[in-house]
Design a protein around this ligand. Sequence first.
Ligand SMILES: *[C@@H]1O[C@H](CO)[C@@H](O)[C@H](O)[C@H]1NC(C)=O
Ligand SMILES: *[C@@H]1O[C@H](CO)[C@@H](O)[C@H](O)[C@H]1NC(C)=O
Ligand SMILES: *[C@@H]1O[C@H](CO)[C@@H](O)[C@H](O)[C@H]1NC(C)=O
Ligand SMILES: [Mn+2]
Length: 493
Amino acid sequence: MAPPHFLLAPPVVLWSHLSASARPIHGLVLLQGGEEKTRYCTDHLELFRQESYFAYLFGVREPGFYGAIDIASGQSILFAPRLPADYAVWMGEIKPLSYFRDTYKVDMVFYVDEIAQVVQDRFGDHGKPLLFVLHGRNTDSGNFSKPASFEGIEKFDTDLSTLHPILTECRVIKSDLELALIQYANDVSSEAHIEVMRRARPGMKEYQLESIFLHHVYMYGGCRHCSYTCICATGDNSAVLHYGHVAAPNDRTLNDGDIALMDMGAEYHFYGSDITCSYPINGKFNSSQIVIYNAVLKAHNAVISHMRSGVNWMDMHKLAERAILESLRKEQILQGDVDDMIAQRLGAVFMPHGLGHLLGIDTHDPGGYPEGLERPKDPGLSSLRTTRELKEGMVITVEPGCYFIDALLTKAREDPISSKFFNWQEVEKYKSFGGVRIESDVYVTAQGCRNLTNCPRETWEIEAVMAGAPWPLPASSSMAAAAENSNGISKAL
Ligand SMILES: *[C@@H]1O[C@H](CO)[C@@H](O)[C@H](O)[C@H]1NC(C)=O
Ligand SMILES: *[C@@H]1O[C@H](CO)[C@@H](O)[C@H](O)[C@H]1NC(C)=O
Ligand SMILES: *[C@@H]1O[C@H](CO)[C@@H](O)[C@H](O)[C@H]1NC(C)=O
Ligand SMILES: [Mn+2]
């Protein structure tokens, strides 16, 4: 698997946006890259990862940079930090400015301490150049991006409001080169997930599964970062949506009979993947695991088969809810009319999170709620990171799940209207089941979509791969297994 060529030309689409806006066309887009940080008061340097908007426009890996684009000409300029002489002793060669020009394919490179001078001298023919800096809210975190600031910026006019929505919208639609990086991160991560499922055994620790994943993506994929902290949840931990954080550090021992929910994705040259596989630790689904797993798989596949440009994401969320609720009704875990259940927001009892989110340089890529689009308030729907209409070129995760979360079930039981939809005796059997999530990364096209994730998804595919079969399964064996399994399933149901 060869990594794709990673140098990205600055997206042409930015100029078409900026020139179409009512603003004067002379001026500079000016971004400040990320700064290296030390751990609290110590001299321990944390491994630097570039700020995402800066990575998007300039692809620069190193800290301490600024970057500018002249709107009229499209010329790009980088400003590199002037490093102290002893950098060469401790950190390595101090690279000449030409190195950054050649590596990052910009038109000019100067030092950071020259910004004010360069901007005035080279771009000041029309009077004071207007600087478009990045200021706006990330609709997932609620936090604001930090606009560029440098010594002497007060001498220029700055525009704080134009750039953020435009650049965010650019990031929503992926170019072919961006897509190649996301596909690469997906290929490496899909392979690593398969390695983990093959090596999982009762008696191991969850962190050993995490370790196999991290080793695989780094050793064979060159991925030094992951898109997010690995969630390696087994047993009832699989109903803890954000398991794996420092207070719940993937440290449970795996038992025979556990379900595993593995949510892990590698990042390559800033671009991420976000993949979840769920399977039995002992390699063989039991009858209740088949029920819940297939309910989620049905939702996952129904969404993927309906996705195309023009489809609304909230409708896809409800489609996934419907598939899960119908399956639970068939199993007599639920009773009554599925439309009534959806209206009563019962879907959110089993799937409290949103169906999926935009994916790119950030795991939760920005642009989910552009100005004017309100976040819904209803349970479940309020967790959606976007309710947009899908557009060709978006990459979005499809990650339905079904969990038995005590806190939510107790609340539903106490509510007289919700409560009557449940067959509580059946629900009781799933009390310590945990949960299942299936997550794939999907590229939206005009006619449909392309699934970038390549992991075994059918229960018999997972069982075969866990038993040592190659992936993809040889065509003959997968057909035989499908035939055999469809008998098995109809018996189990
Ligand atoms: C971002 O927002 C979260 C709350 O949504 C807050 O806890 C966190 O400290 C903020 N981070 C920064 C860097 O402002
Ligand atoms: C199957 O496994 C789950 C745990 O994943 C457990 O809760 C359930 O009781 C088991 N079901 C049967 C029928 O053995
Ligand atoms: C997802 O893509 C893989 C190939 O990348 C394919 O084998 C699989 O069937 C796809 N799944 C769905 C649900 O489209
Ligand atoms: Mn996700």
